[in-house]
Design a protein around this ligand. Structure first.
Ligand code: BDP
Length: 328
């Protein structure tokens, strides 16, 4: 696992910035840089690589996408900032780190809002997905695609959490979003917002007692080695966003923008296929590695989540969005 210190990160960002400008000036070819925190082979990474292959083919090699996986360019908060300012061209992030920036994205992580994956796909592939995507542009980000992220569930070290009572008092790592912090409190846990790369050691040293994520991430992050109870609360289906820097996007000619958009769109079914396979593989591997996968009293968790709607779905815009997602 590559761990970048803040100074190494800054150095890397600085060295990347120079050839990036030079590349464009040379006009013989453009290399667009994409960031992801996941390791090589993870479905989001493979989705972007697939998109890159299509772009390269369709531009006769003029435009390429170079993937920096495994947090090489930093945690999601850093790569989001770098993307907004055009230092890097793409970042694939969960909706959570966007919550405090783009309010519409809050809707996508709300507890028990999506009934299942089919419902989530219907929303993200339709006009609601487009509407939320349009909102990111005022923050310097062009939403290129939504990728799957399965359902998030708790994994804990001291005990399983089938009933919310068992979660009481446990320190649970969450993504850095006010909504997520509040949700943990509503469930009775103590929320500890941490960047993803710090979670393994936080679990190991007892800084936190657990975290929550989908099965593929639980597996590839090796968190299953240090928190052995995976309880399927499936409390959120917040999808992933592939965001492009608006600055980088605006520098491209219209036909090239179109090629990128089309390739991003075509990468979605590819990603989804890999995702389904990965979910199965992850389940088998974590169990083989000594973890337990348990069912939860989902209704009991759902009951506790109403205060989140009262607190975060207040303005008319979000209210209408949530209603339309429910009705979809
Ligand atoms: C994973 C998402 C990733 C998040 C991570 C997290 O794919 O974007 O950074 O969860 O919990 O499922 O931080």
């Amino acid at each position: 696992m590559t761990v970048l210190t803040p100074s190494r990160r800054a150095l890397l960002a600085a060295t990347l910035a120079t050839p990036w400008i030079a590349n464009r000036a040379a006009a013989q070819g453009i290399t667009l840089r994409a960031a992801d925190i996941h390791p090589d082979g993870y479905p989001t990474i493979e989705g972007v690589k697939f998109m890159g292959k299509l772009v390269e083919e369709r531009t006769g090699g003029r435009i390429r996408i170079q993937m920096f996986h495994s947090r090489q360019l930093g945690e999601e908060k850093d790569t989001l900032e770098q993307t907004r300012f055009g230092v890097i061209d793409f970042t694939r992030v969960n909706t959570a780190p966007l919550n405090n920036l783009v309010p519409a994205t809050i809707a996508l992580g709300l507890p028990f809002l999506f009934r299942d994956t089919a419902h989530m796909h219907k929303v993200m592939d339709g006009p609601l997905g487009e509407e939320i995507g349009r909102d990111t542009t005022s923050y310097g980000l062009v939403t290129m695609a939504y990728y799957d992220s399965g359902a998030r569930s708790f994994y804990t070290k001291p005990r399983s959490v089938q009933e919310p009572d068992a979660l009481k008092g446990l320190k649970i790592r969450v993504q850095q979003s006010d909504m997520w912090v509040a949700l943990m409190r509503a469930f009775g846990a103590n929320a500890t917002p941490l960047p993803f790369g710090e979670v393994y050691s936080a679990l190991q040293t007892g800084v936190v007692d657990g975290a929550e994520n989908n099965e593929p991430t639980y597996f590839t992050s090796r968190h299953f080695e240090v928190a052995k109870f995976y309880t399927r609360t499936e409390h959120s289906n917040s999808p992933e966003i592939l965001a492009m820097s608006k600055r980088s996007y605006d520098k491209l000619a219209k036909p090239d923008q179109e090629i990128l958009r089309q390739a991003a769109k075509e990468s979605v079914p590819h990603m989804r296929k890999l995702w389904t396979a990965m979910e199965e593989e992850a389940r088998a591997k974590v169990v083989a590695g000594g973890a337990q996968i348990l069912d939860a009293d989902k209704a009991a968790y759902e009951k506790l989540s109403q205060p989140i709607y009262d607190q975060f779905v207040k303005d008319a815009k979000l209210k209408s969005l949530v209603e339309r997602i429910r009705a979809a």
